[in-house]
Design a binder for this molecule. Structure first.
Ligand code: GLV
Ligand code: MN
Ligand code: MN
Length: 415
């Protein structure tokens, strides 16, 4: 099946331009540029001949009907939200390629057996409400009523934001798909690292996705005048925080020595009052831990929180920590791994199997149906930054392997 390469390029370019001017490429979920991008995408889905809907969880879904509804849907997609100052291709490549696959099926008069669903998941990136993968959590029954009460910095609750995005939060349980509704899910994504580039391979076939735990730590001391408060009388929350930040780094490096993968990051920090002449009275930190080993994922934060409690005691500070989110370790389905590998071979593209250190909506889809992912290289492994870049040749390769994989999965019923 021949894809329209020009259309892929044009859509990638157009979609990336929905950004906050002066801060490319920023399209945070639930903001105005995001809403405009979604309207545009829905329109493109309609032009492509798909029927569109927004489900209760706020996911935008375009469907090309198949001949046998009893088989369930084959789904593909990703997300169009970005981190702040994010890249141009993280997420949107998978959505554009899924749309191109469905549209090309229609244009080539290929009648799929399965319904083909193109999914733009709501808010894959860590949202301003404290959790990521909001849409795929909802679709897989992992968005709880507690999550819906999470608030952003201006006090809006997540359920209100989901409603603004077109979802129906009071029916969130109905967003959960039953297992027999879905026959498979395949997601194309940029690699976001350097493995493919350094191995000069064109396609990465994902075998498993790391587990991710995120925590918030609030350190409370006492805010005082910085000129009049002698050093021995201070309860400086930022001093406690700095010890924790240092420890996260050294502790994570200790884990690196054996056979497994673990990374840990303090990625966001908010200081109050954040003034040049005030002793910091409160610091909020986020801790993120990722690993491909369950016991490391459990032990690392426990050890760190024990250390943090002691460090804060020494500085006469209080500390409260809570887990914000948990994405399970995920194995991709053999069926999809093999299908992607065969598709890359058929198209004469070199491939290698690899784990994913990034989280994806596929983690939640894997709870519903056989799920797998494929990666294409990104320049110098840069991602989650404005420098993120890919070649159009790689984008087209990825889209072709995705389309070929979906066709093969669709045709399995004939064998
Ligand atoms: C998703 O982009 C992640 O944080 O891994
Ligand atoms: Mn991302
Ligand atoms: Mn992504």
């Amino acid at each position: 099946m021949k894809l329209n390469e020009k259309r892929i390029e044009q859509r990638l370019s157009k979609l990336s331009e929905f950004t906050i001017p002066g801060s490319p490429w920023t399209r945070r979920a639930f903001t105005e540029p995001y809403a405009r991008a979604r309207d545009w995408l829905e329109h493109e889905m309609t032009i492509a001949g798909l029927t569109t809907r927004i489900d209760h969880g706020g996911n935008l879904i375009g469907t090309l009907p198949g001949t046998n509804h009893a088989l369930g849907s084959l789904a593909s997609g990703s997300h169009i939200d970005t981190v702040v100052d994010g890249g141009r291709y993280d997420g949107i490549l998978g959505v554009v390629a899924a749309l191109e696959t469905a549209q090309s099926m229609k244009e080539n008069n290929y009648q799929p057996h399965h319904n083909i669903e193109v999914i733009d998941f709501l808010s894959e990136e860590p949202s301003d409400y404290g959790i990521s993968c909001i849409g795929s959590r909802a679709m897989s029954g992992n968005l709880s009523s507690d999550h819906l009460q999470y608030t952003n910095a201006s006090g809006e609750k997540l359920h209100e934001a989901i409603r603004r995005a077109g979802g129906t939060p009071e029916k969130i349980q109905n967003a959960c798909r039953s297992k027999n509704e879905l026959a498979g899910f395949v997601e194309l994504h940029i690699e976001q690292g350097r493995v493919l580039e350094s191995n000069t391979k064109k396609i990465g076939v994902v075998t498993n996705i790391v587990g991710i735990k995120r925590f918030e730590m609030i350190i409370t001391g006492r805010s005082d005048h910085s000129g009049t408060t002698p050093m021995n009388l201070r309860q400086d929350a930022l001093v406690g925080a700095s010890k924790i930040i240092e420890r996260v780094n050294t502790q994570a490096k200790e884990y690196q020595t054996t056979n497994g993968y673990l990374v840990a990051t303090i990625g966001a920090i908010h200081v109050r009052p954040n003034a040049v002449n005030a002793v910091p009275g409160e610091v909020r930190l986020t801790l993120e831990v990722r690993s491909d080993k369950q016991d490391w994922l459990d032990h690392f934060p426990e050890q760190l929180i024990t250390f943090a409690t002691k460090a804060c005691e020494t500085e006469r500070l209080q500390i409260k920590s809570r887990q914000l989110s948990y994405m399970h370790l995920t194995d991709c389905a053999d069926l999809v791994i093999q299908t992607i590998t065969r598709s890359a071979n058929t198209l004469d593209l070199s491939s290698m199997t690899m784990p994913s250190g990034a989280g994806h909506d596929s983690v939640f889809m894997a709870q519903l149906c056989p799920t797998g992912m494929l990666f294409i290289p990104c320049l110098d492994g840069r991602s989650h930054c404005p420098e993120e870049s890919i070649t159009m040749e790689d984008a087209i390769n990825g889209a072709n392997v995705l389309a070929q994989s979906i066709l093969s999965l669709d045709q399995r019923v004939e064998k």
